[in-house]
Write a protein that binds this ligand. Structure first.
Ligand code: PLP
Ligand code: ZN
Length: 408
């Protein structure tokens, strides 16, 4: 890395800058690289170390992070006419979400800075992820979650030995409290978006999709968004590859949000409505909502990496798609039955969005579309059960099975 650039006002900082956000405007920072140097050094393969802003990559991480499967999903895509649909199945990460990519890089950064305690605000997955990786590295994690976070995510964090603070309030309250507490107690703050290193971890997913497709750039990647960091990370990965000349075109990045938590999609629409594809980003006002979606991971009032996500959707020419909670829940068993991949509600949202795009003729039959499945269905069984239905209860007799299954 060679420094930082503010997403909003574009002011730059040197590589030894010790803060988290832009000292001029408070905007989130984007880490910058000497791409000319990387171009000379980089050997494609699965070692993307030159594209990462941390120094401890020589220490192999003790868990298997990333290198997740890209799953062809013909039986999912064909009924709506899509011939080239894939799922990037992030459920196989150690804590069962894509957040592990961000935690890995943020933890290495924390080690570089000599920090011992790492704090994070989380809807649940960033917290369970940080707890998991901190346990592997014998570091201390403090996790701020909304009281209502799904019990599986809380239980993961507790089992990994983190201090879990269930905040009486929503994710936004947890985020603000984590900011204050980390400043007060001198903890390293891994919170999404605020910490520029999380985006750098998430971008590795783009490199893998490119490798998995035999060095092909897909037409679109559909990403579900709450804070928008996952989406901006995905975009950054492709921009990195282009900056060093490995690819010459970029995919569209489509944003999937619940209509009950749509701050990023709303902002994309009103910014696009003004007709300028490269406006003064420091003047873009992010929409704020009162989020109520059942997809807890993407239930966010004030997206903490919203501007970067809005920029990514607009610059990539992607769509901003909102779907109902009902459509999100229905997508869980649809994906599971057609592919064997079990998604939590937020992770099923991209498929729900693709169906909407197909209905609205926003995606062509031959486009190569990748849906990011960002977290496991086991993380929120209550909502999955609503969509998956109930078992058939039978007496322990063959006759009862015959009757219940209507076998004649
Ligand atoms: C499973 C899952 N999908 C999607 C997201 C959205 O990521 P972001 O908040 O960076 O937009 C999250 C974030 O918690 C998540 O856990
Ligand atoms: Zn700034």
């Amino acid at each position: 890395m060679d420094g930082y650039r503010c997403i909003a006002c574009t002011e730059t900082q040197a590589a030894d800058f010790a803060g988290f956000v832009c000292p001029s405007c408070g905007g989130n920072l984007d880490i910058t690289y000497d791409y000319a140097k990387i171009r000379k050094e980089f050997v494609p393969g699965y070692d993307y170390a030159p594209f990462l802003p941390v120094s401890r990559l020589e220490t192999p991480f003790p868990l298997k992070i990333g290198k997740t499967p890209l799953v062809a999903a013909p039986r999912l895509g064909e009924p709506i006419g899509l011939r080239n649909l894939f799922l990037k199945d992030e459920t196989s990460n150690p804590s069962a979400s894509t957040k592990d990519r961000a935690s890995a890089v943020a933890l290495r950064r924390a080690m570089d800075t000599g920090a011992e305690t790492i704090a994070v605000a989380s809807t649940g997955n960033a917290g369970s992820s940080l707890s998991c990786l901190a346990a592997a590295l014998d570091m201390r994690a403090v996790v701020f979650v909304p009281e209502s976070a799904p019990v599986a995510k809380l239980t993961q964090a507790l089992a990994f030995g983190a201090t879990v603070l269930a905040v009486r309030g929503n994710y936004d309250d947890a985020f603000d409290l984590c900011l204050k507490a980390a400043a007060e107690f001198g903890w390293f703050n891994r919170s999404t978006g605020y910490n520029p290193f999380t985006r750098e971890g998430k971008k590795t997913c783009a490199y893998e999709i490119w490798e998995d497709l035999g060095r092909l750039v897909p037409d679109r990647i559909v990403v579900s968004s709450g804070d928008g960091n996952l989406l901006s990370g995905m975009w950054k990965g492709w921009c990195d590859l282009r900056a060093v000349g490995l690819i010459d075109r970029l995919p569209k990045i489509d944003c999937a949000q619940s209509e009950n938590s749509a701050a990023i999609c709303n902002t994309v629409r009103h910014t696009r409505g003004q007709g300028d594809l490269n406006p003064d980003w420091s003047q873009v006002v992010m929409d704020e909502v009162k989020a109520t979606t059942v997809a807890d991971s993407i239930s966010v009032d004030r997206p903490r990496d919203g501007l970067a996500a809005v920029k990514a959707v607009i610059q990539s020419g992607g769509e901003a798609i909102t779907i109902s909670d009902k459509e999100i829940l229905a997508a869980i068993p649809e994906i599971a039955r057609a592919t064997g991949v079990f998604a939590e509600p937020a992770a099923a949202a991209p498929w729900a969005a693709v169906k909407t795009m197909a209905q609205q003729k926003k995606v062509d039959a031959n486009e190569l579309v990748v849906c990011l499945v960002s977290g496991s269905g086991l993380k929120d069984i209550t909502n999955a059960a609503t969509a998956a239905g109930r078992p058939l209860t039978v007496d322990p007799t063959v006759e009862a099975v015959r009757k219940k299954m209507r076998i004649v």
